[in-house]
Design a protein around this ligand. Structure first.
Ligand code: UT7
Length: 327
């Protein structure tokens, strides 16, 4: 039997501070009704100044390690998918390594925006296939609130902070990750970007005045591309495994917009209970959204051995991808 990658533990963590749609009504020209009907979001969790990305990531990681029964010292590698690191150097992964005391582990961040977790899981899958005994911590963690313009109603209603994690290793059993599918289209980067505070546009008063330190999104355009890309990559993953839509027991998608989730459900012909939804609680947490959803599905008992799970994501870059697995 060929070696496959299995997830042996999951964990997630969100900050305790909750900002509801009603709270946002007091800050920008919006309504709870508009946000619910256009996005499905009801509230989001926002990190305090004392909760940088690496804190959220470490909290989620500890829970995943506990469930896996793996000591930090056993980890070979830590990969953190994120677009909101604590600082440019070091990586969040190195800070998580220090926090956990995982001193045998290599550590790096992976930049693939909202697809950061699935990209990271795909990379971990390749490591495990070449060294089945390895134990890898894969994290998706974001503090997007620090890069959100809280006066821009078209974006500030969407995003939330949080982290999710998974511990993976190899098995010769007939289960685990069946296929991974990664895509990108850099030609469309301007539709969803944080232009400023990198090396192209360093901190100057002019850049700050333009608001380039914040997320800028052409929502309607991004929506169209997201729907198309997610439909295509879903089809690709199904085909690669000889599955059809009805074979999928649980779809765990990036939680960007309830209407995108509804569209995917209809295209796959899935019943409502086969699409995992938690966007109402957390909003769009970028790279954290898939692993938080995975952890909630796992801990609530929705994942049963042998189930066919399809995870999909789409984000800035653009990047998109899918991971198909048998639980
Ligand atoms: O995570 C990465 C992937 N991200 C996504 O996939 C996000 C994709 N995009 C979306 O989810 C949606 O495009 C949004 C939720 C961002 C926006 O929804 P929409 O239905 O595409 O709205 P829109 O941008 O076309 O705006 C429609 C109207 C506009 O008013 P007019 O021009 O029709 O008078 C906006 O000004 O809604 C207005 N609007 C708002 N109204 C109340 C925009 N934001 C708000 C708001 N409250 N917060």
């Amino acid at each position: 039997m060929p070696i496959k990658t299995i997830i042996i533990g999951t964990g997630s963590h969100v900050p305790s501070q909750v900002v509801t749609n009603k709270d946002l009504e007091a800050r920008v020209d919006t309504t709870d009704q508009w946000i619910r009907t256009r996005t499905g979001i009801v509230q989001r969790h926002i990190a305090s100044d004392q909760e940088p990305n690496s804190f959220l990531a470490s909290q989620a990681a500890r829970k995943a390690l506990d469930m896996a029964g793996v000591e930090p010292g056993e980890l070979d590698l830590i990969i953190v998918g994120t677009l909101t690191p604590d600082m440019p150097m070091p990586s969040v992964a190195c800070l998580v390594q220090k926090e956990l005391g995982a001193m045998r582990a290599g550590a790096f961040d992976l930049s693939a925006t909202c697809s950061g977790f699935l990209y990271s899981l795909s990379v971990a899958d390749k490591f495990v296939r070449s060294n089945p005994a390895s134990k890898i911590l894969v994290v998706g963690s974001e503090v997007l609130s620090r890069r959100t313009n809280w006066e821009d109603r078209s974006t500030c209603i969407l995003f939330g902070d949080g982290a999710g994690a998974a511990v993976v290793t190899g098995t010769s059993e007939d289960r685990g990750i069946e296929s991974t599918h990664l895509h990108a289209d850099g030609s469309l980067w301007e539709l969803l970007t944080i232009r400023g505070l990198g090396t192209a546009h360093p901190v100057t008063q002019e850049i700050l005045d333009k608001g380039w330190q914040y997320i800028q999104m052409q929502g309607r355009e991004v929506f169209k591309h997201a729907v198309r890309a997610l439909e295509a990559v879903t089809g690709e993953a199904l085909k690669a495994n000889g599955w059809n839509g009805h074979d999928v027991d649980l779809l765990i998608s990036h939680q960007a917009n309830m209407r995108i989730l509804d569209f995917l459900r209809e295209r796959l012909g899935l019943d409502r209970e086969k699409v995992f939804i938690n966007i109402h609680k957390y909003g769009n947490t970028s790279a954290a959204s898939v692993p938080i959803a995975l952890d909630e599905a796992n801990r609530s008992g929705r994942l049963k051995p042998g189930m066919k799970i399809l995870m999909v994501s789409f984000g800035g870059g653009f990047t998109w991808g899918a991971v198909a697995m048998r639980w």
